[in-house]
Write a protein that binds this ligand. Structure first.
Ligand SMILES: [Fe+2]
Length: 318
Protein backbone atom coordinates (compact mmCIF):
# COMPACT_ATOMS: atom_id res chain seq x y z
CA UNK A 1 0.00 0.00 0.00
CA UNK A 2 1.29 3.41 -0.98
CA UNK A 3 1.99 5.69 1.97
CA UNK A 4 0.92 8.97 0.42
CA UNK A 5 -0.52 10.30 -2.79
CA UNK A 6 -0.14 13.42 -4.88
CA UNK A 7 -2.93 15.00 -6.92
CA UNK A 8 -2.49 15.40 -10.67
CA UNK A 9 -4.92 16.88 -13.14
CA UNK A 10 -6.70 14.73 -15.71
CA UNK A 11 -5.97 17.40 -18.32
CA UNK A 12 -2.27 16.61 -18.07
CA UNK A 13 -2.91 13.08 -19.27
CA UNK A 14 -3.31 12.28 -22.94
CA UNK A 15 -5.72 9.57 -24.00
CA UNK A 16 -4.16 6.43 -25.46
CA UNK A 17 -0.72 6.89 -23.92
CA UNK A 18 1.22 4.83 -21.40
CA UNK A 19 1.78 7.01 -18.36
CA UNK A 20 4.46 4.92 -16.69
CA UNK A 21 3.02 5.09 -13.18
CA UNK A 22 -0.19 3.88 -11.55
CA UNK A 23 -3.13 6.29 -11.48
CA UNK A 24 -5.57 6.30 -8.56
CA UNK A 25 -8.96 7.78 -7.84
CA UNK A 26 -10.00 9.09 -4.46
CA UNK A 27 -13.24 7.40 -3.53
CA UNK A 28 -15.40 8.30 -0.55
CA UNK A 29 -17.21 5.56 1.32
CA UNK A 30 -19.29 6.46 4.37
CA UNK A 31 -17.40 9.68 4.70
CA UNK A 32 -14.03 7.91 4.56
CA UNK A 33 -11.74 8.50 1.60
CA UNK A 34 -9.55 5.82 0.09
CA UNK A 35 -7.52 5.48 -3.07
CA UNK A 36 -8.53 3.02 -5.75
CA UNK A 37 -6.28 1.97 -8.64
CA UNK A 38 -7.78 3.29 -11.89
CA UNK A 39 -5.11 2.59 -14.48
CA UNK A 40 -1.93 0.58 -14.16
CA UNK A 41 1.22 2.42 -15.15
CA UNK A 42 2.29 -0.09 -17.81
CA UNK A 43 -1.06 -0.22 -19.59
CA UNK A 44 -2.54 2.23 -22.07
CA UNK A 45 -4.74 4.95 -20.57
CA UNK A 46 -7.48 4.47 -23.13
CA UNK A 47 -9.78 7.19 -24.31
CA UNK A 48 -12.76 5.37 -22.82
CA UNK A 49 -11.17 5.61 -19.39
CA UNK A 50 -10.63 9.29 -19.89
CA UNK A 51 -14.15 9.90 -21.19
CA UNK A 52 -15.65 8.16 -18.20
CA UNK A 53 -13.91 10.60 -15.84
CA UNK A 54 -14.93 13.58 -17.95
CA UNK A 55 -18.56 12.41 -17.80
CA UNK A 56 -18.36 12.14 -14.04
CA UNK A 57 -16.68 15.51 -13.83
CA UNK A 58 -13.60 14.12 -12.11
CA UNK A 59 -10.45 16.10 -12.82
CA UNK A 60 -8.32 15.21 -9.83
CA UNK A 61 -6.44 11.94 -10.04
CA UNK A 62 -3.65 10.71 -7.84
CA UNK A 63 -0.24 9.15 -8.15
CA UNK A 64 1.90 7.54 -5.47
CA UNK A 65 4.36 9.97 -3.98
CA UNK A 66 7.26 7.77 -5.05
CA UNK A 67 6.16 8.06 -8.66
CA UNK A 68 6.60 11.83 -8.80
CA UNK A 69 9.63 11.55 -11.10
CA UNK A 70 8.00 9.08 -13.47
CA UNK A 71 4.94 11.26 -13.82
CA UNK A 72 7.03 14.37 -14.36
CA UNK A 73 8.95 12.62 -17.16
CA UNK A 74 5.65 11.69 -18.79
CA UNK A 75 4.47 15.30 -18.64
CA UNK A 76 7.75 16.52 -20.03
CA UNK A 77 7.38 14.28 -23.08
CA UNK A 78 3.81 15.48 -23.61
CA UNK A 79 4.46 19.09 -22.72
CA UNK A 80 3.51 20.53 -26.08
CA UNK A 81 0.04 18.97 -25.96
CA UNK A 82 -0.47 20.20 -22.43
CA UNK A 83 0.60 23.75 -23.20
CA UNK A 84 -1.87 24.04 -26.06
CA UNK A 85 -4.73 22.39 -24.24
CA UNK A 86 -7.25 25.15 -23.77
CA UNK A 87 -9.07 23.08 -21.16
CA UNK A 88 -6.19 23.64 -18.78
CA UNK A 89 -6.26 27.02 -17.11
CA UNK A 90 -3.15 29.20 -17.57
CA UNK A 91 -2.33 28.98 -13.87
CA UNK A 92 -2.45 25.25 -13.99
CA UNK A 93 -0.33 25.17 -17.15
CA UNK A 94 2.23 27.35 -15.44
CA UNK A 95 2.24 25.05 -12.45
CA UNK A 96 2.86 22.10 -14.74
CA UNK A 97 5.68 23.92 -16.56
CA UNK A 98 7.19 24.88 -13.27
CA UNK A 99 7.20 21.47 -11.63
CA UNK A 100 8.36 19.75 -14.84
CA UNK A 101 11.25 22.19 -15.19
CA UNK A 102 12.28 21.84 -11.56
CA UNK A 103 12.36 18.08 -11.86
CA UNK A 104 14.30 18.31 -15.11
CA UNK A 105 16.89 20.71 -13.70
CA UNK A 106 17.41 18.44 -10.74
CA UNK A 107 18.18 15.59 -13.16
CA UNK A 108 20.61 17.69 -15.23
CA UNK A 109 22.42 19.02 -12.20
CA UNK A 110 22.78 15.57 -10.70
CA UNK A 111 23.64 13.87 -13.99
CA UNK A 112 24.88 16.42 -16.55
CA UNK A 113 25.00 13.89 -19.35
CA UNK A 114 24.13 14.60 -22.97
CA UNK A 115 20.65 13.08 -22.72
CA UNK A 116 19.67 15.38 -19.85
CA UNK A 117 21.17 18.45 -21.49
CA UNK A 118 19.15 17.68 -24.62
CA UNK A 119 16.06 17.49 -22.38
CA UNK A 120 16.74 21.00 -21.05
CA UNK A 121 17.09 22.26 -24.58
CA UNK A 122 13.83 20.64 -25.68
CA UNK A 123 12.10 22.04 -22.63
CA UNK A 124 13.40 25.57 -23.27
CA UNK A 125 12.20 25.36 -26.88
CA UNK A 126 8.71 24.33 -25.75
CA UNK A 127 8.57 27.05 -23.17
CA UNK A 128 9.59 29.75 -25.64
CA UNK A 129 7.06 28.50 -28.19
CA UNK A 130 4.45 28.80 -25.49
CA UNK A 131 5.52 32.32 -24.50
CA UNK A 132 5.44 33.43 -28.13
CA UNK A 133 2.11 31.85 -29.02
CA UNK A 134 0.24 32.56 -25.83
CA UNK A 135 2.07 35.43 -24.17
CA UNK A 136 -0.85 36.45 -22.02
CA UNK A 137 -1.25 32.99 -20.52
CA UNK A 138 2.49 32.63 -20.07
CA UNK A 139 2.54 35.64 -17.77
CA UNK A 140 0.95 33.52 -15.09
CA UNK A 141 4.42 31.98 -14.80
CA UNK A 142 5.47 35.12 -12.94
CA UNK A 143 2.92 34.51 -10.25
CA UNK A 144 4.05 31.05 -9.30
CA UNK A 145 7.78 31.49 -9.24
CA UNK A 146 8.77 29.85 -5.99
CA UNK A 147 9.80 31.87 -3.00
CA UNK A 148 11.72 29.04 -1.44
CA UNK A 149 15.32 29.12 -2.44
CA UNK A 150 16.65 25.93 -3.85
CA UNK A 151 19.18 25.88 -6.60
CA UNK A 152 16.75 24.11 -8.95
CA UNK A 153 13.72 26.30 -8.44
CA UNK A 154 15.93 29.37 -8.61
CA UNK A 155 17.18 28.29 -12.06
CA UNK A 156 13.60 27.84 -13.21
CA UNK A 157 12.58 31.22 -11.76
CA UNK A 158 15.39 32.97 -13.59
CA UNK A 159 14.58 31.19 -16.85
CA UNK A 160 10.86 32.00 -16.61
CA UNK A 161 11.21 35.66 -15.62
CA UNK A 162 14.17 36.15 -17.97
CA UNK A 163 12.39 34.65 -20.99
CA UNK A 164 9.26 36.74 -20.45
CA UNK A 165 11.32 39.88 -19.98
CA UNK A 166 13.52 39.19 -23.02
CA UNK A 167 10.41 38.59 -25.13
CA UNK A 168 8.91 41.79 -23.77
CA UNK A 169 11.91 43.82 -24.93
CA UNK A 170 11.86 42.18 -28.34
CA UNK A 171 14.38 39.34 -28.50
CA UNK A 172 13.69 37.08 -31.48
CA UNK A 173 12.58 33.46 -31.27
CA UNK A 174 15.91 31.83 -32.09
CA UNK A 175 17.83 33.90 -29.55
CA UNK A 176 15.13 33.38 -26.94
CA UNK A 177 15.48 29.62 -27.23
CA UNK A 178 19.20 29.52 -26.58
CA UNK A 179 18.87 32.25 -23.96
CA UNK A 180 16.29 30.22 -22.08
CA UNK A 181 18.49 27.10 -22.25
CA UNK A 182 21.43 29.12 -20.94
CA UNK A 183 19.35 30.49 -18.08
CA UNK A 184 18.16 27.04 -17.04
CA UNK A 185 21.77 25.87 -16.87
CA UNK A 186 23.45 29.07 -15.65
CA UNK A 187 24.38 27.70 -12.21
CA UNK A 188 25.28 24.18 -13.31
CA UNK A 189 28.87 24.76 -12.17
CA UNK A 190 27.66 25.21 -8.59
CA UNK A 191 27.19 21.47 -8.38
CA UNK A 192 30.99 21.18 -8.15
CA UNK A 193 31.25 23.58 -5.20
CA UNK A 194 30.99 22.26 -1.66
CA UNK A 195 27.40 22.53 -0.35
CA UNK A 196 28.82 23.98 2.89
CA UNK A 197 29.95 27.02 0.94
CA UNK A 198 26.77 27.30 -1.14
CA UNK A 199 24.55 27.19 1.96
CA UNK A 200 26.82 29.12 4.29
CA UNK A 201 25.15 31.76 6.42
CA UNK A 202 27.08 34.98 6.65
CA UNK A 203 30.11 36.18 4.79
CA UNK A 204 32.38 33.87 2.84
CA UNK A 205 36.11 33.76 3.55
CA UNK A 206 38.42 34.85 0.77
CA UNK A 207 39.22 31.25 -0.14
CA UNK A 208 35.57 30.28 -0.17
CA UNK A 209 34.74 33.21 -2.43
CA UNK A 210 37.54 32.17 -4.77
CA UNK A 211 35.92 28.76 -5.00
CA UNK A 212 32.50 30.25 -5.76
CA UNK A 213 33.99 32.34 -8.54
CA UNK A 214 34.87 29.22 -10.47
CA UNK A 215 31.25 28.19 -11.07
CA UNK A 216 30.52 30.10 -14.30
CA UNK A 217 33.52 28.62 -16.13
CA UNK A 218 32.91 25.26 -14.48
CA UNK A 219 29.36 25.19 -15.86
CA UNK A 220 30.65 25.67 -19.39
CA UNK A 221 33.33 23.03 -18.85
CA UNK A 222 30.77 20.46 -17.70
CA UNK A 223 28.62 21.14 -20.76
CA UNK A 224 31.56 20.93 -23.16
CA UNK A 225 32.70 17.67 -21.62
CA UNK A 226 29.22 16.24 -22.11
CA UNK A 227 29.57 17.13 -25.81
CA UNK A 228 26.25 18.85 -26.20
CA UNK A 229 26.39 21.05 -29.28
CA UNK A 230 25.40 24.19 -27.38
CA UNK A 231 27.15 27.41 -28.37
CA UNK A 232 25.35 30.72 -27.77
CA UNK A 233 24.50 29.51 -24.28
CA UNK A 234 28.11 29.53 -23.09
CA UNK A 235 28.55 33.29 -22.96
CA UNK A 236 25.41 33.64 -20.82
CA UNK A 237 26.70 31.07 -18.34
CA UNK A 238 30.26 32.37 -18.34
CA UNK A 239 29.36 36.04 -17.82
CA UNK A 240 26.36 35.82 -15.49
CA UNK A 241 28.30 37.26 -12.53
CA UNK A 242 29.94 40.16 -14.33
CA UNK A 243 28.94 43.61 -13.03
CA UNK A 244 28.61 46.77 -15.09
CA UNK A 245 31.18 48.59 -12.93
CA UNK A 246 33.77 45.86 -13.49
CA UNK A 247 33.53 44.45 -9.95
CA UNK A 248 32.17 41.07 -11.01
CA UNK A 249 33.79 37.76 -11.90
CA UNK A 250 35.43 35.86 -13.52
CA UNK A 251 36.88 38.53 -15.84
CA UNK A 252 35.84 41.86 -14.28
CA UNK A 253 34.27 42.98 -17.57
CA UNK A 254 32.72 46.44 -17.91
CA UNK A 255 29.17 47.28 -19.00
CA UNK A 256 29.89 47.51 -22.75
CA UNK A 257 31.89 44.29 -22.69
CA UNK A 258 29.20 42.15 -21.10
CA UNK A 259 26.79 40.21 -23.30
CA UNK A 260 23.26 41.63 -23.06
CA UNK A 261 21.83 38.22 -22.15
CA UNK A 262 24.32 37.82 -19.32
CA UNK A 263 23.32 41.26 -18.00
CA UNK A 264 19.69 40.17 -17.93
CA UNK A 265 20.63 37.03 -16.00
CA UNK A 266 22.75 39.03 -13.53
CA UNK A 267 19.84 41.39 -12.88
CA UNK A 268 17.17 38.72 -12.54
CA UNK A 269 19.47 36.45 -10.56
CA UNK A 270 19.86 39.28 -8.04
CA UNK A 271 16.18 40.14 -8.09
CA UNK A 272 15.10 36.54 -7.57
CA UNK A 273 17.65 35.94 -4.82
CA UNK A 274 16.31 38.97 -2.93
CA UNK A 275 12.67 37.98 -3.48
CA UNK A 276 13.29 34.47 -2.24
CA UNK A 277 13.64 33.09 1.23
CA UNK A 278 17.20 31.85 1.65
CA UNK A 279 18.91 30.08 4.50
CA UNK A 280 20.32 33.35 5.80
CA UNK A 281 17.65 35.94 5.02
CA UNK A 282 13.93 36.36 4.52
CA UNK A 283 12.25 37.10 1.24
CA UNK A 284 11.63 40.71 0.27
CA UNK A 285 8.50 41.81 -1.54
CA UNK A 286 9.05 42.47 -5.27
CA UNK A 287 8.88 46.23 -4.72
CA UNK A 288 11.46 46.11 -1.91
CA UNK A 289 13.77 43.92 -3.98
CA UNK A 290 13.65 46.46 -6.79
CA UNK A 291 14.28 49.29 -4.35
CA UNK A 292 17.27 47.50 -2.88
CA UNK A 293 18.76 46.95 -6.33
CA UNK A 294 18.16 50.58 -7.20
CA UNK A 295 19.76 51.88 -3.98
CA UNK A 296 22.55 49.44 -3.34
CA UNK A 297 23.31 47.75 -6.63
CA UNK A 298 22.89 50.51 -9.16
CA UNK A 299 26.48 50.10 -10.35
CA UNK A 300 26.09 46.40 -10.85
CA UNK A 301 23.12 46.34 -13.19
CA UNK A 302 22.64 48.09 -16.50
CA UNK A 303 20.39 50.96 -15.41
CA UNK A 304 18.59 51.28 -18.72
CA UNK A 305 17.79 47.62 -18.69
CA UNK A 306 16.76 47.85 -15.05
CA UNK A 307 14.25 50.60 -15.84
CA UNK A 308 12.73 48.44 -18.55
CA UNK A 309 12.56 45.58 -16.08
CA UNK A 310 10.64 47.69 -13.57
CA UNK A 311 8.24 48.72 -16.32
CA UNK A 312 7.88 45.09 -17.36
CA UNK A 313 7.00 43.94 -13.84
CA UNK A 314 4.78 46.97 -13.28
CA UNK A 315 2.78 46.14 -16.38
CA UNK A 316 1.61 42.93 -14.82
CA UNK A 317 0.14 44.17 -11.60
CA UNK A 318 3.07 43.80 -9.22
FE1 LIG B 1 25.67 31.96 -10.40
Amino acid sequence: MMSSYLPVTLSSIQADTIIGCDIYLLVHDNGKGHYVLYCKGDTVFENGKREMLVRKNIDRLFIGENDRKKYSKYVELNLQNILYNKNIRPNERSQIIYSTATNLIQDVFEYPVLRNIERSKAFAYNMIDYIIRDEKAAYSLLKITSHDYYIYTHSVNVAAIGSLFARNIGLNEKDLKSFCTGMLLHDLGKTRISPDIINKKGKLTKDEYEEVKVHPAMGVKILKEAGNGLKDEYVIILQHHENCDGSGYPYGLKKEEIHAGAKIVRMIDTYDALSTKRSYSNALMPYDSLKKIKNEMRNIVDLNMFKRFIRFLGGYGW
